[in-house]
Ligand binder design. Structure first.
Ligand code: ZN
Length: 156
């Protein structure tokens, strides 16, 4: 970026600074978040700040994890969870063994997911941030039992 989109000024500086965000619960209550050392470009003329494309997504994932870790079980958190993972309602429904309609009810607050569902969401977010797919793989594993034909050798 060579010029400020807002004021067309050319005094643009790359800095690392705080970035404040708010998460709005379904009832309207706002939960403030503060990120430190976020790379951004500041316009010296009008003060406008610009963030690289990946920053917003990374912040949203971190916020989702924190909301889940704090047991803030709100329809808006559920919506954000799905948005931040990029899962379609039908995909998430299949993983959780419910219908896409149920996902929709959870997201608009008509009904609430069980504690077990929230625990799975928490595990999925933790996995993603840790760069693994353990929970997702388990949810996707075929449901057929694998009965062994020979003795199963185990060590303890
Ligand atoms: Zn400007």
């Amino acid at each position: 970026m060579k010029r400020c989109v807002q004021c067309k000024g050319r005094d643009l500086r790359d800095v690392k600074d705080i970035h404040d965000r708010k998460f709005h619960l379904a009832g309207g209550q706002a939960i403030p978040f503060r990120f430190d050392e976020v790379p951004q470009t500041v316009c010296g003329t009008c003060g406008e700040r610009y963030f690289a494309a990946g920053i917003g997504t990374a912040e949203e994932k971190a916020m989702t994890r924190e909301l889940l870790a704090r047991q803030i079980r709100d329809p808006a958190v559920f919506k954000w969870f799905r948005g931040s993972t990029g899962l379609k309602a039908t995909e998430l429904a299949e993983l959780l063994g419910v219908t896409a309609e149920t996902i929709s009810h959870w997201e608009n607050g008509h009904t609430a997911p069980s504690r077990a569902v929230w625990t799975i969401l928490d595990a999925l977010v933790e996995d993603e941030l840790a760069g693994r797919t353990t929970t997702l793989d388990r949810l996707r594993a075929p449901a057929e039992p694998r009965i062994p034909k020979r003795p199963v050798r185990l060590s303890i």
